[in-house]
Design a protein around this ligand. Sequence first.
Ligand SMILES: *[C@@H]1O[C@H](CO)[C@@H](O)[C@H](O)[C@H]1NC(C)=O
Ligand SMILES: *[C@@H]1O[C@H](CO)[C@@H](O)[C@H](O)[C@H]1NC(C)=O
Ligand SMILES: *[C@@H]1O[C@H](CO)[C@@H](O)[C@H](O)[C@H]1NC(C)=O
Ligand SMILES: *[C@@H]1O[C@H](CO)[C@@H](O)[C@H](O)[C@H]1NC(C)=O
Ligand SMILES: *[C@@H]1O[C@H](CO)[C@@H](O)[C@H](O)[C@H]1NC(C)=O
Ligand SMILES: *[C@@H]1O[C@H](CO)[C@@H](O)[C@H](O)[C@H]1NC(C)=O
Ligand SMILES: *[C@@H]1O[C@H](CO)[C@@H](O)[C@H](O)[C@H]1NC(C)=O
Ligand SMILES: *[C@@H]1O[C@H](CO)[C@@H](O)[C@H](O)[C@H]1NC(C)=O
Length: 450
Amino acid sequence: MVFRKVRENGFYCFLGGCMATSLYFLSMSYSTTYERQITLHSLQNQEVLRLPNITSDERSIQIKLEQEFTCYNLPDYKFITQRGQYYVIYNFVQADRKFGCTESITLTSPGDYRFLDNVEPLVERWRGPVSIALYCPGYDFYTTMEAIAYVRHCQNSLIKEMVSFHLFFDLEHVPEAKMNISIQYTYNDHYNCSAPPPWEILTDDDTYKTNQSLLYPINVARNIAKLAARTYFVFPSDIELYPTRNFIEQFLVFVKENMNLFGANTRNAFVLPIFEVLENQDVPENKTMLKIMLKNKTAILFHQRMCAVCHKVIDGDKWILQNETKKLEIFSVGKRQGQYMVWEPFFVCTQNEPLWDERLTWEGQRNKMIQAYTMCIMDYNFYVLNNAFLIHKPGIKKEKVQLKRFNKEVTKSNKLSVLITEEIQKLYGRNEYCTMVYNTTLNKPKKKIG
Ligand SMILES: *[C@@H]1O[C@H](CO)[C@@H](O)[C@H](O)[C@H]1NC(C)=O
Ligand SMILES: *[C@@H]1O[C@H](CO)[C@@H](O)[C@H](O)[C@H]1NC(C)=O
Ligand SMILES: *[C@@H]1O[C@H](CO)[C@@H](O)[C@H](O)[C@H]1NC(C)=O
Ligand SMILES: *[C@@H]1O[C@H](CO)[C@@H](O)[C@H](O)[C@H]1NC(C)=O
Ligand SMILES: *[C@@H]1O[C@H](CO)[C@@H](O)[C@H](O)[C@H]1NC(C)=O
Ligand SMILES: *[C@@H]1O[C@H](CO)[C@@H](O)[C@H](O)[C@H]1NC(C)=O
Ligand SMILES: *[C@@H]1O[C@H](CO)[C@@H](O)[C@H](O)[C@H]1NC(C)=O
Ligand SMILES: *[C@@H]1O[C@H](CO)[C@@H](O)[C@H](O)[C@H]1NC(C)=O
């Protein structure tokens, strides 16, 4: 077998390996009283795991939020359902730990097994529930199960505790059952950790997806991952985007202190600015470090060289200048209009916000635009948070592989977007300030962006 990294073909990938992250242990100080009881569900039996007690402050936040928000979740057991052209197995492998509706925030991400090397650095930072939907047609299903077993048993145990995996594949590419056993029961929760993870052994050409020239339905994955989340607040993100530490605790305090922003009929989303760092750099732990790295040019705005306007947050220039503070607060607020008309923000939201259009693929690009456009028409406010941010897995992308390798799909996607725009206008109305393409009539782009 050839041991090499699967990276040539990667979705948003870069050459090079995974960064080293130091292990951090729970640094929150648990002072007194209330006992946190977490139920562990295993196939055979249920047991109760005792974790450190939560503080009275944390408890008072939980009580407040519990009174305000209700979750309407999908079932938390394994089940098969159909979604458009795909079969989905929700909760294929579930996290050991269960969270109450308002106890935490679920980070949700699309993916396939080739990206599971990001789970460990992601979970070490997030330290809360994560919901990942993995595309696994045909025999990729079996490799995916191996990859899941690897991360659960050979990496940080936080993965086993926090991450739930949902699997899906095309109706025409259902995995072959082995030994007459329903494929939903074939997962073997063991891995020989002396063996390397599947993503190091296999190349893109070894995947069923490549063999069958299938497209990656990234928006189906986004929707499955988000819908499967079991907390009120969700953070639809990406497996390769690493958040700042302690975000969950800080955001829940922020919610408690800004309840007016979270009323039933409010249309607000809470944005984390996004940056990338050079390949050999550590991921900055906090805004203070990020500022230093921006200054010495080891960090830049995400996609600065490809589409800076797509990721520039409201008053982004000032955001960079403002020093880190202790508390998570609002930095700026605005609409996806004017110079932000093609912005594709990453934001914390709830199940009330629109999903992603499932006709658009990763290869065709523009797959996040429709959702952002819809939210513009719906007149959403985007609140940019001050100290929190995202860093892409180290390595800076200079061009989009899609434009070269999947030109046909990009053309198709562009045409489709025009049609979808018309549908959206019929559904939600028109707003002349909302667009899908950068329209210089509406706003002359600034000379220097970033
Ligand atoms: C948690 O609180 C209970 C009751 O207040 C106490 O008996 C127990 O020792 C505490 N546990 C820890 C780990 O602090
Ligand atoms: C699968 O089921 C069929 C029909 O019941 C049976 O003939 C066959 O031997 C089974 N195969 C295996 C591997 O158990
Ligand atoms: C685990 O894998 C290693 C290396 O591939 C092998 O030498 C060892 O026998 C395996 N152990 C088990 C229990 O299968
Ligand atoms: C797909 O896999 C089959 C069986 O391994 C092989 O014969 C075929 O050449 C592959 N097709 C492509 C396009 O890679
Ligand atoms: C930011 O991170 C650096 C490096 O990890 C650390 O030394 C520093 O104390 C942190 N600053 C704050 C304000 O947390
Ligand atoms: C930039 O700053 C970071 C953080 O202090 C440091 O690790 C890195 O070596 C610096 N790089 C250069 C080229 O100065
Ligand atoms: C921001 O932090 C830097 C470095 O710690 C300091 O020199 C500067 O005065 C601070 N700026 C403000 C506005 O507080
Ligand atoms: C740009 O916006 C103007 C004013 O709303 C509109 O008339 C024009 O058709 C738009 N151009 C494009 C390319 O969408």
